[in-house]
Design a protein around this ligand. Structure first.
Ligand code: SF4
Length: 345
């Protein structure tokens, strides 16, 4: 038995194709409520605390989002709050949506920008995304939900940060949120280096890029992450991490008593560690027994889990790392990046 299990089924996918998407791109599905019940029933015997979600890409993407919310609650043992993640695609197309979010007492909602209009449309993978995001922030503020802006920074977007600073000032987000008792927040980071974001490895920020960040955006970011310096947020150079990790003979297990599983539209099951890629596959709910899938998880039989459990980090970094690279990473993101590339070699 697990202390808890969270299972997320990718029922409908996502309207966007973000270039930083750590989950990776795949065709959108169109699964049914019965499919969700089927998935919940499979995991139900293995915990007394099951939580079920109908998405792991875009929340509330399907028109019957209210019905699906109720269904997820009825299949779950936990009383859930709505994530501070919303569908900006829906909020500009469906007047009822923001009222529904308010009825769930959502106080903050995260929105992602990459710079000005052209860069944001390009990196979101959809024309007019920027205009919709700006409109979404207006709708949120009008409905007393504080926007939280997330910005992914790379060498191609770092020069656009003043445009985001101007936008925050132009929309007067800080004062308008304060006026209804909310709090505007924002943060910058470079994101992980898995899924689609791995393709942006070449343009990850290096130390000299950090001096281009406007001070106001640094202040917001330090407050959000509770860090003392922007270097702590963006991490260490790959060279520094390489030098640390070549002395590190440790291995690690990803097995938890409270696992989160991602189930894709084909019913393939993955642990929620990094992008749901073939090397993390645990099995398929339609063709494999759930007992086998869970055993593959607990005994680290997926190729990636097995590798991390049996191959010392020093060997993985020597095989896949770049000892001269100045690209910045958090240690955890760097290990995930190395492991994913090692498993594909
Ligand atoms: S990052 Fe989120 S919004 Fe963007 S494509 Fe991936 S799942 Fe969709």
């Amino acid at each position: 038995m697990f202390t808890s299990i969270t299972v997320c089924l990718d029922m409908f996918g996502c309207p966007n194709r973000c270039k930083h998407c750590w989950i990776g791109h795949s065709p959108n599905g169109n699964l049914t409520s019965d499919d969700l019940k089927f998935v919940a029933e499979k995991f139900r015997p293995f915990t007394n605390c099951l939580t079920v979600y109908d998405w792991y890409r875009e929340p509330d993407y399907k028109d019957n989002y209210e019905e699906l919310w109720d269904l997820c609650n009825s299949l779950s043992d936990t009383h859930r709050e709505h994530f501070e993640l919303i569908s900006f695609w829906r909020i500009v197309r469906d007047e009822k949506y923001v009222k529904w979010l308010s009825s769930l007492e959502l106080k903050k909602a995260q929105i992602t920008l990459f710079g000005g209009q052209e860069k944001t449309d390009y990196y979101t993978g959809r024309k007019n995304a920027y205009n919709e995001i700006v409109e979404a922030m207006e709708i949120l503020v009008e409905n007393k939900i504080s926007p939280r802006i997330q910005v992914f920074v790379n060498k191609d977007t770092v020069d656009e940060l003043p445009l985001i600073e101007n936008l925050i000032q132009r929309l007067n987000l800080e004062n308008r949120c304060k006026a209804f008792g909310g709090e505007f927040s924002m943060f910058l980071h470079s994101g992980s280096c898995d899924g689609e974001n791995e393709k942006l490895y070449d343009i990850r920020v290096t130390p000299e890029d950090l001096s281009k960040i406007p001070p106001t955006l640094i202040q917001y970011t330090l407050k959000y992450f509770q860090k003392a310096s922007i270097e702590e947020v963006f991490g260490k150079t790959e060279q520094t991490l390489y030098e640390e990790l070549i002395k590190d003979h440790s291995t690690a297990s990803y097995v938890s008593k409270d696992p989160v599983f991602y189930v894709d539209q084909e019913f393939n099951v993955y642990p929620n560690v990094t992008s749901p890629a073939p090397s993390w596959l645990l099995g398929n709910l339609r063709t494999d027994k759930i007992e086998t899938i869970l055993e593959n998880y607990t005994e680290s039989k997926s190729a990636a889990q097995h590798t991390r459990l049996t191959v010392p980090l020093c060997n993985i970094v020597v095989s896949q790392g770049d000892c001269k690279s100045q690209r910045l990473f958090s240690k955890g993101d760097y290990i995930d990046y190395l492991l994913n590339t090692y498993c594909r070699k």
